[in-house]
Design a protein around this ligand. Structure first.
Ligand SMILES: *[C@@H]1O[C@H](CO)[C@@H](O)[C@H](O)[C@H]1NC(C)=O
Ligand SMILES: *[C@@H]1O[C@H](CO)[C@@H](O)[C@H](O)[C@H]1NC(C)=O
Ligand SMILES: *[C@@H]1O[C@H](CO)[C@@H](O)[C@H](O)[C@H]1NC(C)=O
Ligand SMILES: *[C@@H]1O[C@H](CO)[C@@H](O)[C@H](O)[C@H]1NC(C)=O
Length: 756
């Protein structure tokens, strides 16, 4: 995106809020080339789709339809009928179809048929009149010729005053014929010339072990996120929350496209959330009382014509609150926003949010406004807390972090983990440090070797490796992927074809470990934007990302569509952190996907033990051209999913610090070996940052079917808040049970720091 002067931005915000004050929460879509804000309606013709107006000669109507003219309709006309049995047919070639029309108090029920098969009964009634609504959509058709038929049933819901059904436009996703001559480019290897130019990207030696045929991984595509999955966190046994940016997602709420939703992990149903502000590139965390906060975001987004594409409420200082939602029934779960009362002290775009040892949120870095790469003008080199704290006399205001000045330019979405001594590890660009937040002091660590940058837009990923009684809860950090591209170069000197880094770097955060420095190894494939997911077995799954280019869209040369990256990596790799160096990576038995997962993708473990993979959207708004906006969900099941697994019973809802608790376990008859109790935080995933991701093995013993387990010693080992408990035997985990770690109380509120 091209960022305009603040003045222009301000003018537009004023313009929009004046003209659309009554519905400012979501209005303000302005078509490129125009400065007139119009409704942010669901009707949208994405790149790669084609719109057919209601009066196109290709759209056929039975009798009893009339044409109505108004500038409120798409191309100023709509076809309408109240006659039972009246129908419309339209034949198209493509992979998806959308029907747009009006809803209102006199509208009735239609049946939608695809290729002669009834797909859905669509109720077009709404209490207030709404134009340009998406009434039906299906994006999962096999490429080819299809016919959509819309029939007025003559039926209506009880309080409707009529049986009207309208057709305003039909939008077809053109798609393309998947031909065998055009297979996904797997196992991309940087060309030799590039390897020579950057030895740290040298083609690695791959150690693939051979797994027995019974150890089958499976990959299944099932479900559709409805809103693009930019940010995701598992909130309960049954649901994950998905947060996107303001864009033309197919899922709608209150007559406009939704940009957040709750996804049912069991039924795959999605329910939109009502968001006010633009959550584009926000971060998030659970607090110690189980409330989730979603922090930061985007102001108005503009395009090159200076038109505001999305003029919703400015989200830069937003703190959005999602109270605990633990039951299957999610009807009352909603995102709460009150921008005049609850907000950050400074604007942040691309900030990392971390739950620290006292159960509050540390909000790290970010940029003062949207743009592409960070710089000294836009940088927000500070941390602040939620609830606010008084650190070194800050009195709730942001505390400066020199580290975030020294790590410009590629330092957005820092990688951060709360350490078992309560301090915080932070990596940004090529650097790392340990931050003692209580005394506000930084301890710099050795630089990441070989010039590899690990944070946006040279995005790698990072994890805190499992903390176990065996390693005496000694913290070790793993950073993987990223890029060696020079972060002072302008976009026109960076290419989507620049090789990503295959490097993983590990360091033990003890005096000896720091003296020994980063230990380097190579992934089988280079990746920018990888997602690293700790499985309940303690092994790490690396998925998603691209072998070339960098994060973001619309900034570099050789963009693919708008993507700054190319050559998606389709095969996951498993990393065993406990294996000897040289034998840790394996892709044996791991299935290959055919869905590119580039910028704005996610992956997480879910309570069943499966890995949910979703997202990818290197675009300003929804796009259907390569690399388009991806709504399909994939489920990667480790071999244990198909095995006889331990089952848990009577797990307490709360585990206090230093508290000993007991619960029942039934082990599979085949199980042998040690029984381990694992406490995990699945993290808040966005932009390859798995904030709060944590794996803590608790001291435990088993007697018959009774497990006795000691809660973590304190919030430094596991920051107080929600967690997931697994029992693992012979590398086979149970399903997870949600527990509250600590006393479940909210983080301490510093009255002085909030009284401003
Ligand atoms: C979309 O169409 C396909 C193919 O007919 C069908 O299997 C699928 O259920 C449809 N999805 C929806 C949401 O109607
Ligand atoms: C509509 O009316 C019918 C018949 O009176 C009733 O059985 C049904 O529950 C009503 N539906 C709704 C949604 O109110
Ligand atoms: C810093 O970034 C902003 C936003 O991308 C841009 O407008 C500005 O020109 C940049 N400043 C410098 C000095 O590069
Ligand atoms: C948890 O604490 C936060 C911050 O003080 C507060 O906003 C939220 O309402 C609390 N949640 C619950 C469930 O008490």
């Amino acid at each position: 995106m091209v960022v305009r002067s603040l003045l222009a931005l301000f003018t537009l915000v004023v313009l929009i809020s004046v003209s659309l004050a009554s519905e400012s929460a979501w209005n303000g879509h302005t078509t490129p080339g125009s400065t007139n804000p119009t409704r942010f309606s669901p009707y949208y013709v994405a790149p790669g789709t084609k719109s057919y107006d209601s009066n196109s000669p290709l759209v056929h109507y039975s009798s009893h339809w009339k044409e109505i003219f108004s500038s409120a309709y798409i191309h100023k006309s709509v076809r309408s009928t109240s006659h039972k049995g009246a129908y419309m047919t339209f034949r198209f070639t493509g992979t998806g179809v959308e029907w747009f029309g009006n809803t209102g108090g006199r509208h009735g029920i239609a049946k939608v048929y695809l290729d002669g098969k009834l797909m859905e009964r669509v109720n077009t009634w709404s209490s207030t009149t709404r134009r340009q609504q998406r009434l039906y959509w299906n994006f999962s058709l096999p490429y080819g010729k299809h016919t959509i038929k819309i029939v007025n049933t003559g039926q209506k819901q009880n309080h409707s005053k009529g049986t009207k059904v309208d057709v305003d436009a039909i939008v077809v996703t053109l798609g393309s014929n998947p031909t065998p001559s055009n297979p996904p480019q797997n196992n991309y290897v940087p060309v030799l010339q590039n390897v020579a130019a950057s030895p740290q990207n040298g083609f690695p030696s791959v150690n693939l072990d051979t797994s027995s045929p019974s150890e089958q991984w499976t990959l299944m595509q099932k479900g559709n996120t409805g809103v693009h999955a930019m940010q995701l966190a598992v909130i309960s046994d049954s649901h994950a929350i998905i947060v996107d940016k303001v864009e033309h997602n197919p899922l709608t709420v209150d007559g406009h496209p939704a940009w957040a939703a709750l996804y049912n992990l069991n039924t795959h149903a999605v329910r939109p959330l009502r968001m006010q502000s633009n959550s584009f590139c926000a971060g998030g965390t659970f607090l110690s009382n189980g409330t989730l906060i979603n922090v930061g975001g985007n102001p108005v987004v503009e395009d090159h014509t200076s038109a505001a594409d999305f003029g919703d409420v400015d989200g830069l200082q937003a703190v959005r609150i999602f109270e605990p939602c633990n039951s299957d029934n999610i009807d009352d779960c909603e995102m709460f926003e009150d921008h005049s009362r609850v907000r950050m002290a400074s604007p942040r775009w691309y900030n990392t949010v971390l739950r620290i040892s006292d159960g509050s949120a540390m909000i790290i870095g970010g940029s003062l406004k949207g743009g592409w790469i960070n710089n000294a003008t836009t940088n927000n080199p500070t941390v602040e807390y939620y609830p606010p704290k008084d650190i070194s006399g800050s009195n709730g205001m942001p505390v400066k972090l020199q580290f975030l000045v020294d790590t410009l330019n590629s330092n957005l979405f820092p990688i951060a983990f709360s350490l078992p001594d309560g301090k915080v590890f932070i990596a940004a660009n090529q650097d790392a440090m340990i931050y003692d937040w209580q005394s506000n002091t930084e301890r710099r660590l050795p630089q990441i070797p070989n010039g590899v940058r690990v944070t946006y837009p040279m995005t790698g990923t990072g994890l805190l490796l499992p903390l176990t009684p065996e390693n005496n809860y000694t913290p070790e950090i793993l950073l993987c992927g990223g890029s060696t591209v020079d972060d002072t170069k302008p976009g026109y000197e960076i290419s989507s074809q620049d090789p990503a880094s295959a490097q993983c770097s590990r360091m033990v955060l003890t005096e000896d470990g720091i003296a020994a420095g980063w230990q380097v190894e190579q992934m089988p494939q280079a990746r920018t934007m990888p997602d690293a997911v700790i499985l309940p077995t303690g092994k790490i799954l690396i998925v998603n990302g691209a072998a070339t280019g960098i994060s973001g869209y619309g900034n570099v040369i050789n963009q693919v569509g708008a993507s700054n990256a190319d050559n998606p990596v389709f095969t996951p790799v498993l990393y065993d952190p406990a294996a000897p160096a040289g034998t840790r990576f394996s892709s044996a038995g791991l299935p290959t996907s055919d869905i590119p997962r580039l910028y704005h993708s996610i992956a997480t473990v879910v309570p069943s033990g499966s890995v949910m993979i979703a997202g990818s959207n290197p675009n300003l708004d929804r796009s259907e051209i390569k690399y388009g906006t991806e709504y399909r969900v994939e489920w990667l099941d480790p071999p244990y999913m198909a095995m006889d697994r331990p089952t848990l019973d009577n797990v307490p809802e709360k585990i206090g610090f230093e508290q000993t608790v007991q619960f029942n376990v039934k082990l599979p008859s085949t199980a042998s070996g040690n029984v381990k109790v694992i406490l995990m935080d699945f993290g808040y995933v966005t932009h390859a940052v798995h904030a709060n991701s944590r794996y803590v093995e608790l001291a435990s013993s088993i007697d018959g079917g009774l497990v006795t387990v000691d809660g973590p010693t304190n919030g430094k080992i596991y920051p107080p808040g929600p967690g997931w408990l697994f029992v693992v035997v012979s590398d086979i985990p149970s399903k997870a049970v949600k527990v509250m770690v600590g006393d479940g109380r909210g983080p301490e509120v510093n009255e002085a720091a909030i009284a401003k």
